[in-house]
Design a protein around this ligand. Structure first.
Ligand code: ZN
Length: 245
């Protein structure tokens, strides 16, 4: 198998937030997101959902591609990001917390993190109708390493079946809440029938990557254009990956 380095971008909320916002870094202003997508386009890259990225990840298709992911399913992904993605003919995967659809990021309340609305069922259907994809992010956005194996299985397996039933599609992608996992959790994801899982381990995906611990590249409020390009075009993030291991 040939060598490759595929960046999978990790976004959360796409919204301009006031300076006082706790964890403001999780919110990328729409104008910055727009500029990042434009940069990818003029450099000849295609932004793809994880499902569309599969042949590239498996190494039998080659090209200038970047995975685009959004964690949690914020309503602002549909309002602010989808029109831009559509304009450039890009697709993206949004990881949905199945029991929090139409609610908010309530798992962050204790940390004082600003609450933002999550997409409703109708809005997720709209996201899908625009050619975008969804993946699973558990039922309640729980730390899977802190609960019993049985409870973790329910969170992982039932999220998949709930989403498949509600939206009438196959869910093949999983994303660990808070980026937390261990060997048992990885095995449960595999056994539940997912094909891949993304983590918060930093780096670009290579032929050596574990499909159930795919590294990603965090893009946040402070990711200015020069850093955005370094993260995609150079080994900037891969060096961080090696440090993590
Ligand atoms: Zn999350």
């Amino acid at each position: 198998m040939s060598n490759y380095n595929i960046p999978i971008l990790m976004y959360h909320s796409i919204e301009s937030m006031p300076k006082s916002t706790i964890m403001r870094s999780l919110h990328v202003p729409p104008r910055r997101f727009k500029f990042q997508m434009w940069l990818l386009k003029i450099l000849g890259y295609r932004g793809l959902s994880l499902k569309e990225l599969k042949p590239y990840l498996d190494g039998y298709k080659h090209g200038k591609v970047v995975g685009i992911t959004f964690d949690d399913g914020y309503q602002n992904n549909l309002i602010n990001a989808a029109p831009i993605l559509k304009k450039y003919n890009f697709s993206a995967t949004c990881y949905i917390v199945s029991e929090r659809v139409g609610s908010s990021n309530s798992w962050d309340i204790e940390k004082g993190i600003t609450q933002r609305p999550l997409m409703s069922k109708t809005e997720i259907k709209e996201w899908l109708s625009l050619g975008m994809d969804i993946g699973a992010h558990t039922k309640s956005h729980v730390d899977l390493t802190s609960i019993t194996e049985y409870k973790a299985l329910m969170e992982i397996r039932d999220c998949k079946s709930d989403l498949e039933r509600q939206y009438n599609l196959k869910i093949t992608d999983f994303c660990y809440p808070f980026g937390l996992f261990n060997e048992t959790v990885c095995d449960l994801v595999k056994e539940s029938g997912y094909l891949r899982a993304t983590s918060m381990v930093r780096g670009r995906v290579s032929s050596r990557s574990n499909s159930y611990i795919l590294p990603r590249i965090p893009i946040n409020h402070r990711t200015l254009p020069h850093l955005f390009l370094a993260k995609i075009l150079t080994n900037y993030e891969d060096i961080k990956l090696r440090k993590n291991i």
